[in-house]
Design a protein around this ligand. Sequence first.
Ligand code: GDP
Length: 139
Amino acid sequence: MNERTLCIIKPDAVGKNLAGKILAHIQEAGLRPVALRMLRLTQAQAEGFYAVHRERPFFADLVRFMTSGPVIAAVLEGEDAIQRYRKLMGATDPGKAEAGTLRKLYAASTQSNAVHGSDAPETARVEVAYFFSSIDQVG
Ligand code: GDP
């Protein structure tokens, strides 16, 4: 099924100038960016995005990290895009990520793990709409 999913290149990866390499991996994997923007999240925006993790002990650190510098958000389109992009990202903890995955290649730690990807169709819909209106998305 043709799907759209939200990708975020996180502040650690943007700060290390890895965005171009990460987008190249994404495109080589056959996922097509249909919207793209750079922004620096406010505290309220980061808290809203990760609201599902509000009760977790790492929530404050996660929000601090996600607001520490600019991010690049993209909508990726393709057949089975949500699961294909999750597989390309690799496990949350880069130490457990498979070889060749974005997190294995580019992430430093469980928190500073280079990329975000939606985990299911409903979260993808909500997360895409958090960053992009329909007019921002081509095709
Ligand atoms: P994801 O779907 O693989 O991104 O993982 P989760 O939805 O479980 O967590 C969201 C984000 O919170 C992760 O990508 C990490 O940046 C961060 N995170 C997850 N677990 C931990 C943790 O145990 N400690 C810290 N500091 N950050 C975490």
